[in-house]
Design a protein around this ligand. Structure first.
Ligand code: ARG
Length: 458
């Protein structure tokens, strides 16, 4: 079976190293199931169009099903000499069923086969990725619900800014993932066109029915242009871009989890089952999982750059360069799914240390803006109020105390507009509760946002 399917015009055997160098079967055998699906659709179409008898079609489909089974059982004779998944399957099919197998390649090329296989594979993987995103989002909603009232300092520049609720913070992550989900949706929709029938590049002289092949495989339509059909890898790049943005999000979340779980912050505790220890320092419990996710973002970004560079100078139509699209895509999918899974599993087991968050929020004048807003409500222009509070903060810094530690008299020295009710506005609870509008951090709004999020997940 190792006889090359294209050997007709060759006089010398392939150089042994070149054979291995040009082969892709070691990695593209992962596409076997999709290659078989595509071949079954193609044979079905050929028979409908009168280019195969029903008997030949059935022999081909039967043979392909047996091959599917053999591959699943790990008992398929993969051969590097047969270069790639497409020719391996076709050669074994012909060995099994004889001449009908040789007719399968009528009106098609490996170029449209590989373009079809990758699209079919990626379509399934995108669905699996989207399901994992949903599972992760649900975990975030549940954590947000649990911690809707828990207050921590919100940061800008990693400096204490204003108090926020932990639930609100989790729902910010939810929104990132919501956009990621939409990006994969777009990618899958644009990708869902069928290259079959492009043949090598120009189309084919046989009376094929491309609409029918496309329909059999669940594509929305055949690709509109045969040259584009076999040379387009936009879908791979678009997928990698969506994957990179998602990994960037996971990396940002990782960074926060790592900071929050440090002894210096102590805001959260990660479950032991998602941490590892140190071989030398007995006290250590390291946030390896988020660290590794943060690290893996690098390889996914790298694959995006790799794919862009792979495509940037290719003339139409197919070039062997394209064989290089598969390993980065496979690696992107595997790592992305792994990262999503580990986050979806880890997040429900996060414990919040509400007291540590509260103590941190009490430092750093998180309610300074609330004091300024209070003065505005008493009729002071915002810029003046800003100045007044800034001076009060400066005094606190000098005394190493908080705004709420100043007496009413001391505060009134900065502005006589300040009254006894001011202390209500300087509390953390008052501060978050006051931000009670769509998208705000008030627990009431967090609960509304949770209801909306649950609706989106339903
Ligand atoms: N193994 C090839 C790939 O991955 C399949 C298509 C090969 N076509 C060709 N004309 N050499 O792209």
């Amino acid at each position: 079976t190792d006889k090359k399917l294209w050997a007709g015009r060759f006089n010398q055997p392939t150089d042994a190293f070149v054979e291995a160098f040009t082969a892709s079967v070691e990695f593209d055998q992962r596409l076997a199931d999709y290659d078989i699906q595509g071949s079954i659709a193609h044979a079905t179409m050929l028979a409908k169009q009168g280019m195969l008898s029903e008997k030949e079609r059935d022999a081909i489909i039967g043979g392909l099903e047996r091959i599917r089974q053999r591959i699943a059982n790990g008992d398929f004779p993969w051969s590097v000499a047969l270069e790639d998944v497409h020719m391996n399957i076709e050669a074994v099919l012909t060995e099994d069923i004889g001449d009908a197998g040789k007719k399968l390649h009528t009106g098609r090329s490996r170029n449209d086969q590989v373009a079809t296989d990758v699209r079919l594979w990626l379509r399934d993987e995108i669905a699996a990725i989207q399901a994992e995103i949903r599972r992760f989002q649900l975990a975030l909603v549940e954590l947000a619900e649990r911690e809707a009232d828990t207050i921590l300092p919100g940061f800008t520049h990693l400096q204490t800014a204003q108090p926020v609720t932990f639930g609100h913070h989790m729902l910010a992550w939810f929104e990132m993932l919501q956009r990621d989900h939409g990006r994969f949706e777009d990618c899958a929709r644009r990708m869902n066109q069928c290259p079959l029938g492009a043949a090598a590049l120009a189309g084919t002289t046989y009376p094929i029915d491309r609409e029918y092949s496309a329909e059999l495989l669940g594509f929305d339509a055949p690709c509109a242009n045969s040259l584009d059909a076999v040379s387009d890898r936009d879908f791979a790049i678009e997928f990698s871009a969506a994957a990179s943005i998602l990994m960037m999000h996971l990396s940002r979340m990782s960074e926060e989890l790592i900071i929050w779980s440090s002894a210096q912050f102590g805001f959260i505790t990660l479950s032991d089952s998602f941490c590892t220890g140190s071989s030398i320092m007995p006290q250590k419990k390291n946030p390896d999982v988020p660290e590794l996710v943060r690290g893996k973002s690098g390889r996914v970004f790298g694959h995006l750059m790799g794919l862009l560079t792979l495509m940037k100078s290719q003339p139409l139509a197919y070039n062997k360069d394209n064989q290089e699209d598969k390993e980065p895509l496979f690696d992107t999918v595997d790592n992305l799914k792994g990262c999503l899974k580990v986050f979806a599993d880890m997040v429900p087991e996060i414990t919040c240390n509400a007291e540590a968050m509260r103590q941190a929020a009490l430092k750093g004048f998180a309610t300074a803006t609330d004091l300024a807003d209070y003065l505005v409500r008493k009729g002071i222009p915002f810029r003046d109020a800003h100045e007044v509070v800034g001076k009060a903060v400066a005094l606190c810094v000098q005394r190493n105390c908080d705004l709420a530690d100043l007496s009413l008299e001391e505060l009134r020295a900065f502005s006589p507009a300040i009254g006894n009710d001011v202390f209500d506005y300087l509390t953390l609870e008052g501060s978050v509760a006051a931000r009670n509008h769509t998208g705000g951090t008030a627990p009431e709004q967090v609960r509304k946002a949770i209801a909306r999020a649950r609706g989106l997940l339903a």
